[in-house]
Structure formats: structure tokens, C-alpha cells
Write a protein that binds this ligand. Structure first.
Ligand code: ADP
Ligand code: MG
Length: 474
């Protein structure tokens, strides 16, 4: 009998089954599909990123033993994360190598470009000239408007998104730029707009792409001397969604090509949707002419969700997963995790997994243990950029003002507070804090920290500022 992905995986499964609880086996191993076998590496397809992370965290040893038994010492496991697609095709895959295998097995980071899997459908470079081609939208239909819950923090961006979806290219929101911090829903909203447009206008060519992939494709096209085909391909698109454009910062070649594509699309009434982790005014190393285009349409911010929105996001998630959870636990999670919806979801997913897995009831205690891990992670994520943004928002000024050379008292105080919190919540050196907050030297930062300490003692109003701001960072 010849060795195939299926036969190898079948043997692995029977070994794994003998070594873990039946329920765990059913939950975490049966949904896996063996996809291909090439020499020593077996590719398996898992249903989600969460699934992959769970396997990595809990079963990597077991997997390694099983696989080594089958394929020898150099065995390698490649995860393929399947994104749900309505038509059930295998699009939107990414491949990951399990981290534990990095030590014993061959280390390698793989990210398959969207062009690699099925050149017929996805290679942007094979179809010059033909109008009616089917371009895979790369949309994730799990991200819909329906499950993008509305709150004060996202109302503007969400409604603008809906308006654009109703009339792509036909509103003044062109481009629509959605910006906001990590995990606040930019990618979700970007997909939702695309998905909705596809539903309303099936004939429109929609493409979702990360700025990173766009850049890779561009570089590739330069190498292969197919730059014109690259541009041509993008000019065929009716609705172009580029995620995380801040990635283009400093990449003048890619900015330049994007500028031309943008102009072409815009002139022809095509819709452009962009997301970024910063507002256009705060984007650095961008060509001015590109930034000015970004401002032509609407820039809408996704802010951190308030408590009510956090609760409804959690409840909606639980409802969709068919899980019941006591209100006091939902309340607890929503109160603890404030700045990042991805972490909010992560905590609740862990909670569900832990409880169903260990057949434990979900108690406040269990929740506390899990949430603590997430909150610790959040704390580590506070960056100097983020601190400056929070402090300037709080004083109703923009970051440029906070950094400016002015001696106006309230601006100086805001700047000193930003320095103080940067010292408190990041590991950055005084010099590095100074250079990031308006190019000051380390002595200025030191002086700022002392001043804040002093004022905290003597000035009641100032103490209130510190307390308010502190809450936003913890
Ligand atoms: P970003 O791209 O800004 O880093 P994502 O779009 O990846 O953030 O969102 C992180 C997670 O939070 C996703 O799972 C997304 O579905 C969820 N999420 C974000 N905003 C909302 C919302 N308003 N309602 C429901 N879920 C949301
Ligand atoms: Mg994103």
C-alpha cells in the first residue's frame, strides 16, 4: 500500500486516540483533514486560527510523537487554516508551521500568497484585457454587518460602511478610510462592506487585500517584469479594499503604484476602502499626494467600545455559539477587558473551551484566571504612540499639537503627562521616550516625570487628570 496523506494521518489518529480523552479527540482531532504529503511534511487543514492555536498549545507534543512515528525524525507538520467561504472552496488559506516543531523539526515560516494556490482563479497576472473574469474576492463571509454590533464607538464608521455598501462609488465617502487601534474591528468592517456589496451587486468585482500582500505582489511583479499587468489587474476592480495601509509607510515604490491605481479607480467612479491603525494626519513616511487623496473621502475612527457595547458583543458571540453564561461573568469579562475586542473575544472563547473541555462549570473564579492572562497581555501592548493618542484625545488636541514646541501651559502639561505614562507603562528608555514624543532629550523626559510627581501632590485638578488617564491604561 502506498503512503498517502490520508494513510499517514489515519495512523496518527489511531495513536492519538489511544492517548487522550475521547471527548477531546472528537473535538480537536476529528475535524482535521489531511491535505497533502510531500516527503516528510504532512499538511493538515484546521477549521480556524483558534483551532490551530489550541492544538499548538495543548497537543503539539502528542502530534510530534505521532508524526515522528510515521514519517521519521525529520517529520514536519504544516497547518492550513481554512477560512469559511460561502461557496466552500479552499480559498484564503494560510499555512503555519507549529512553533514547537521549530526546535526539533525544520524551522520555516510560510505564508502562501493568494496567487499560489489556484493560478486559474487567483493569479492576478494571467488575465490582462479580459473584462469578465472571475476574481476571487478574498472576503471572509463570517464578517458581516449583522454581527458587527453597533455602539457609540463605531457608529460613524459603521454607517458610512453601510452607505458605501449600498452605493459603492456613489457616495462622497470615497475613499472610505477606517482607522483605529488594534483589535477594534477594522478588518471585520472592511470585510463586511465587501460582503454586503457582493450580495447586493454580484457582478461587481470586489477585492480585499492586505497592504502587506499588495506590497509583496507588487515587488514580485517588478522582479518578473510584469508591473504593467499588476497595475492593469488592479485597475479592473470595482471595489478595492486595502487593509492596514499604514504598512505602506516608507515604501515609496508601492505608494507610487498605489497612487496611480487609486487615481484610475477614483476617476472611474470605483470605490476604494482603506483601513489604517492611524488617522491620516498621524501617518508618517507617506507621500503627501497620497495622504491628500486619503482625505478626499471620509476618515472614520473606530474607538474603544464602551461597557454596553462590550457586553452586547460578548452576548452576541455567546448566542451565536449557542453557549449560555451567567450575567455576572459576562459583566466581569466586559469590565476587565476594555481596549481590544479581539481580546474580549479571545477571553470568552478560552472560557468556553476550558469549561466544555474540562467539563467544569463556568465560575467567576475560572473567569478570573483566564481574564488575568488576557489583561496582562493587554498591558504589555501599551505603546508610546497609543499613550500620546489617549492623552491628546483626553485634552482634546491632536498628537501634533501635543508634540509641538509651544510653551502653552496646557500643552506642556499634556506632553509631560504623556512622558510620565510612557515611563510608567512602557519599557522604553528616557531617551527613546523623548525622541518619540516630539524629539526631546532624556533630561526633558526626566524633568517631566518629576514635574508630574510634584503636581500630583500639590494640584488637585492635575491629580484628577492622572487618575482619569491611568484608568485608560490599566
Ligand atoms: P482590527 O482589524 O481593527 O485589528 P478586527 O477586525 O480583526 O480588528 O477585530 C477583532 C475581533 O473583534 C474580530 O473577531 C471581530 O469580529 C471582533 N469585533 C470587532 N468589532 C466588533 C463589533 N463591533 N461587533 C462584534 N465583533 C467585533
Ligand atoms: Mg486588522
Amino acid at each position: 500500500m502506498s503512503v498517502t496523506a490520508h494513510s499517514v494521518w489515519k495512523n496518527c489518529l489511531s495513536f492519538i486516540e489511544d492517548n487522550i480523552q475521547p471527548q477531546a479527540f472528537k473535538t480537536w482531532f476529528l475535524p482535521i483533514k489531511p491535505v497533502r504529503l510531500a516527503e516528510n511534511s504532512l499538511s493538515i487543514q484546521v477549521p480556524s486560527k483558534f483551532f490551530y492555536e489550541w492544538l499548538e498549545e495543548h497537543y503539539v507534543k502528542l502530534l510530534k510523537v505521532a508524526l515522528t512515528k510515521e514519517l521519521g525524525k525529520n517529520a514536519k507538520l504544516i497547518y492550513i487554516i481554512k477560512m469559511e467561504q460561502r461557496d466552500g472552496s479552499d480559498e484564503g488559506m494560510t499555512e503555519k508551521i507549529p512553533s514547537a516543531n521549530r526546535s526539533a523539526l525544520v524551522p520555516q515560516e510560510l505564508d502562501v500568497p493568494i496567487t499560489a494556490k489556484d493560478p486559474e482563479l487567483k493569479n492576478p497576472f494571467v488575465i490582462p484585457g479580459i473584462r469578465n473574469i472571475k476574481i476571487d474576492s478574498q472576503l471572509n463571509t463570517n464578517y458581516s454587518f449583522e454581527n458587527f454590533l453597533e455602539g457609540d464607538s463605531n457608529r460613524l464608521a459603521r454607517s458610512a460602511g453601510i452607505a458605501v455598501a449600498n452605493k459603492p462609488g456613489g457616495t462622497s465617502f470615497n475613499p472610505l478610510l477606517v482607522y483605529g487601534g488594534v483589535g477594534l474591528g477594522k478588518t471585520h468592517l472592511a470585510h463586511a462592506i465587501g460582503v454586503e456589496i457582493k450580495e447586493k451587486y454580484p457582478d461587481k468585482t470586489v477585492l480585499y487585500i492586505s497592504a502587506e500582500k499588495f506590497t509583496q505582489q507588487y515587488i514580485e511583479s517588478v522582479k518578473k517584469n510584469t508591473r504593467n499587468d499588476f497595475i492593469h489587474f488592479y485597475q479592473l476592480i470595482d471595489v478595492l479594499i486595502i487593509d492596514d495601509v499604514q504598512f505602506l509607510s516608507g515604501k515609496s515604490g508601492t505608494q507610487d503604484v498605489f497612487f496611480h491605481i487609486f487615481n484610475h479607480l477614483h476617476q472611474n467612479g470605483k470605490q476604494v476602502i482603506l483601513t489604517s491603525d492611524k488617522a491620516p494626519v498621524d501617518m508618517q513616511d507617506f507621500e503627501q499626494r497620497l495622504l491628500s487623496r486619503f482625505k478626499w473621502g471620509l476618515s472614520a475612527e473606530l474607538q474603544t467600545p464602551d461597557y454596553e457595547t462590550r457586553v452586547s458583543i460578548l452576548k452576541n458571540k455567546l448566542y451565536r455559539d449557542g453557549v449560555e453564561m451567567p450575567d455576572d461573568i459576562i459583566d466581569y469579562v466586559a469590565r476587565q477587558i476594555k481596549t481590544n475586542i479581539r481580546e474580549l473575544e479571545g477571553a470568552i472563547i478560552s472560557l468556553i473551551a476550558q469549561s466544555s473541555f474540562n467539563k467544569r462549570e463556568i465560575t467567576l473564579e475560572l473567569a478570573q484566571g483566564i481574564v488575568e492572562k488576557f489583561v496582562k497581555n493587554t498591558k504589555r501592548e501599551v505603546s508610546i504612540d497609543y499613550i500620546q493618542k489617549i492623552v491628546s484625545d483626553y485634552f482634546d488636541m491632536d498628537v501634533a499639537t501635543l508634540q509641538s514646541k509651544t510653551r502653552k501651559r496646557h500643552i506642556v502639561q499634556a506632553r509631560q503627562l504623556a512622558m510620565f505614562f510612557a515611563k510608567k507603562y512602557t519599557k522604553a528608555s528616557l531617551a527613546s521616550i523623548g525622541s518619540q514624543i516630539g524629539k526631546r532629550d532624556h533630561a526633558t523626559v526626566l524633568h517631566a516625570c518629576k514635574t508630574v510627581d510634584n503636581l500630583a501632590e500639590t494640584d488637585k485638578q492635575f491629580r484628577k487628570y492622572i487618575e482619569d488617564l491611568n484608568k485608560k491604561f490599566t
